[in-house]
Design a protein around this ligand. Structure first.
Ligand code: KIV
Length: 289
């Protein structure tokens, strides 16, 4: 090895690019830190099952979030509040099994970490040991800093989540934009700095004004992941069912739909039913003799 060639350790930590750069191992927190250094933006999608996660992994999405949005996007609840640890462990394990390269981050659901840092640790350990995820995410800024600190000290990579925190839907009275006005903006900045100080490796900024998200991104050394935070965060995340057009009804303003899977699947189901009704399916090539 000469002086200019990277050491094996550097190769491990800093592939040339995040998107398409790491192929033989999972993406790590060091890769995400290196991406912030070189200002490479990256994408995150939610996933709740092995099959869909495998598609996103093959597409090169570097980080997949087993979000507790599974509550409303996969399990049929109205909000994320009813989601349990057992459900998160089951869904997360499926996503880990269906992927090879992406870093898998799993949400700690409502009620699984707010009691105490010890409760957060117990449940984060379940997600890492039973499901095999590489990191956990929890909601809250200053209010969650002590738990983040303990998890990080214990070797658990933590993604924080501030701004609109959907587990507080009943306290917030819906899903309003956060951080509007001087006091709220200052609180968001304090929350962002508190989770960084506590050791979080990145932070989700949900439903905050784009200018404020840009300011937070500028002031933090860790990557910010925006959802409804405008174009200047280090990364973006979308709920996959929104992004791919599976969600029924209206989607939030910040969603861009890249496909209309709901229509595609509906058409396929109707065509199949019609073929069965008419006798066109199964045809000779689908039959054993
Ligand atoms: O649960 C989830 O999907 C999330 C994203 C919206 C960031 O927390």
């Amino acid at each position: 090895m000469n002086a200019s060639s990277p050491s094996p350790a550097q190769n491990q930590a800093s592939p040339a690019t995040l998107y398409g750069g790491v192929t033989n191992r999972r993406v790590t927190v060091r890769d995400l830190a290196a991406a912030k250094q070189r200002r490479e933006k990256w994408s995150m999608l939610t996933a709740y099952d092995a099959l869909t996660a495998g598609v996103f992994d093959e597409a090169g999405i570097p980080v997949l979030l087993v979000g507790d949005s599974a509550g409303n996007c996969h399990l049929g609840y109205e909000t994320t509040v009813p989601v349990t640890m057992d459900q998160m462990v089951m869904l997360s394990a499926a996503v880990v099994r269906g992927t090879k390269r992406a870093m898998i981050v799993a949400d700690l659901p409502f009620g699984s970490y707010q009691e105490s840092p010890a409760q957060a640790m117990r449940n984060a350990a379940r997600l890492m040991k039973e499901a095999g995820v590489g990191a956990v995410k929890l909601e809250g800024g200053e209010r969650s800093a002590r738990s983040i600190e303990l998890l990080v000290e214990a070797g658990v990579p933590v993604m924080a989540h501030i701004g609109l925190t959907p587990q507080s839907v009943h306290a917030l009275g819906g899903y309003p934009v956060q951080g509007r006005g001087d006091e709220a903006a200052h609180q968001l900045l304090r929350d962002a700095k508190a989770v960084q100080q506590a050791g979080a490796f990145s932070v989700v900024l949900e439903a905050v004004p784009a200018e404020l998200a840009a300011q937070v991104t500028e002031q933090l050394a860790i990557p910010t992941v925006g959802i409804g935070g405008g174009p200047d965060t280090d990364a973006q995340v979308l709920v996959w069912t929104d992004m791919a057009g599976m969600t029924a009804g209206r989607v939030p303003k910040f969603v861009k739909q890249y496909a209309n899977l709901r229509a595609v699947l509906g058409d396929a189901a109707r065509a199949y039913a019609e073929d069965v009704r008419s006798g066109a399916f199964p045809a000779a090539e689908h039959s054993f003799h």
